[in-house]
Design a protein around this ligand. Structure first.
Ligand code: AMP
Length: 431
């Protein structure tokens, strides 16, 4: 299905052709016809499916078809997204799509100067892309007026809920006095998500791309079982041995990110950091270096990398397993995008086996395990054995023979129970 057949004007089609878009992706095929007819939309689609164009192109065309004089602080379309990176990326895409038409777009997000954002808003903008927090600041200062909003989009709505933006969303909704055409996009679904959709949408057309909570078909998933303290070596070895040229590595903590980058550099692998302690400018620079191939690896925490679009990213590594199974879906959404083959690699230590099981249940797919020789995780029985032969443990046993050492005997009993429980829990998981 071509963009021309969807009634987009030749200027827009020309811009899309220059972006390399020839045919509609599945989410675009489903969403665009409904959105062009003015319906509300509830779409379950993960990042990488082409959802930005799915919600923005119909809005762009409708604005172009019905031009209006821009009024001070007025906005015709509002797109809300959870993070600054995602906001910047959406605004950037829209700028590309609208390069041959008369339409203005502005991005507002925290961490950037208010003054330059104020100036843009003052002139009135057709499409405003914003994070909820910064938008509320502008609303409170009277820099922006949403009363007559015509189009409203929630991108990565599940993320916004996870990040606690529900009250911010309510505040924003209370400043809208019109009934905008509303589209809500989310990678995962949950009861809270459905309740929000119920509140915001009028007779929405439901769109599901892939099964809910599933991951792109074009992604090959593998798991490397490995002990926590061998993960650094394994990462370095895989990058070198397999000659991976562009790898996004997810970690759970900023400290781990720093450590991984340091270690990779020691191994001669150029790596950059993307985490919340880094200034916006340095994160942008890191992303640029990674995208252009100057850096081979980008090590990122979840929040910092949320929603990032890195064209044709071949490898995503979960150095740490995410705390929530749903986050796996988000993380690997960065590979296997728009029909390209991707590779999602997860390092799973004994402690992370439970998360792995939850992820497999969620995506309804058993992930292939690869045991790399030399990186076998220590055997559980061997671990227990090691504990028993430790001097501290032996001494403890000795002391319990002392009838007076009641506390020590109780402690030993508790320890034995804990070991037994842990052992049976992990054995169950393995089976
Ligand atoms: P998104 O899910 O919106 O982040 O898009 C994922 C990637 O697919 C981005 O790099 C888009 O530029 C690209 N893309 C979106 N729509 C198309 C299309 N119709 N044809 C080719 N690439 C596309």
């Amino acid at each position: 299905m071509s963009f021309l057949s969807q009634g987009f004007s030749s200027e827009i089609v020309q811009a899309l052709t220059e972006c390399g878009y020839e045919k509609l992706t599945p989410v675009q095929q489903q969403a665009i016809p409904h959105a062009r007819r003015g319906h509300d939309i509830l779409a379950h689609a993960q990042t990488g499916t082409g959802k930005t164009a799915a919600f923005s192109l119909p809005i762009i065309q409708q604005i172009v078809d019905a031009p209006k004089a821009r009024a001070r602080g007025a906005v015709r379309a509002l797109i809300l997204a959870p993070t600054r990176e995602l906001v910047a990326q959406i605004a950037n895409n829209i700028e590309n799509y609208t390069q041959y038409v008369d339409l203005t777009v502005a991005a507002v997000f925290g961490g950037a100067k208010m003054s330059s954002q104020e100036r843009k808003l003052e002139a009135g903008v057709d499409i405003l892309v914003a994070t909820p927090g910064r938008l509320i600041e502008h609303l409170e200062l009277g820099n922006v007026k949403l009363a007559n909003l015509e189009f409203l989009v929630f991108d990565e709505a599940d993320r916004m809920l996870d990040m606690g933006f529900i009250n911010a969303i309510r505040t924003i909704m209370s400043s809208i006095h019109s009934q905008p055409q509303t589209m809500l996009f989310s990678a995962t679904s949950s009861p809270q998500m459905n309740a929000l959709a119920q509140d915001l949408l009028r007779k929405p057309k439901r769109i599901i791309v892939n099964a809910e909570n599933s991951t792109a078909d074009t992604v090959a998933h593998v798991v490397y079982p490995v002990d926590e303290d061998r993960k650094l070596e394994l990462l370095s070895e895989l990058i070198g041995r397999k000659n991976w040229q562009q790898v996004l590595v997810f970690v759970n903590y900023k400290e781990t990110a720093n450590e991984v980058v340091k270690e990779l550099k020691l191994d001669g692998i150029k790596a950059v950091l993307c985490h919340g302690d880094k200034a916006q400018s340095s994160r942008r620079r890191a992303l640029e270096e990674f995208k252009t191939g100057k850096a081979r690896v980008m090590v990122a925490t979840e929040v910092a990398a949320r929603g990032l679009d890195i064209q044709g990213l071949p490898h995503v590594v979960n150095y740490d397993m995410p705390f929530l199974a749903e986050d796996y879906v988000h993380r690997i959404g960065r590979t296997g995008r728009a029909g390209q083959q991707g590779h999602a690699v997860s390092f799973v230590s004994r402690e992370e086996e439970l998360t792995l099981v939850q992820i497999e249940n969620l995506i309804q797919h058993r992930i292939k395990r690869i045991q790399l020789a030399g990186y076998e995780p220590a055997n559980r029985d061997a671990l227990l054995q090691k504990m028993h032969t430790k001097p501290a443990y032996r001494d403890r046993q000795g002391r319990t023979n002392n009838a007076n050492d009641q506390g020590s005997a109780e402690r030993r009993l508790r320890l034995m129970k804990a070991i037994k429980n842990k052992s049976s829990k992990t054995t169950r998981l393995k089976g």
